[in-house]
Design a protein. Structure first.
Length: 70
């Protein structure tokens, strides 16, 4: 499967589809419990990660929101 992840091409061998939770594991995303996922321009609700499939050609962005400042 060929994807675009954070603006860069990524290939996952031997997979036609994956759910978001599995994708986070396969791609070894750091601190997956804090990541926000955008799939094809749409922000996903965390409770839907297991039920949302990624397929060939999809575009995924992993976003981390940081607090702080004065």
């Amino acid at each position: 499967m060929n994807l675009t992840v954070n603006g860069k091409p990524a290939t996952i061998d031997n997979q036609e589809t994956l759910d978001i939770t599995t994708l986070l594991t396969v791609l070894k995303v750091e601190t997956p419990e804090y990541v926000t996922v955008e799939l094809n321009g749409e922000i996903l609700d965390r409770e839907n990660f297991d039920a949302t499939s990624v397929k060939n050609g999809d575009s995924i962005e992993f976003l981390y929101f940081m607090g702080g400042g004065n």
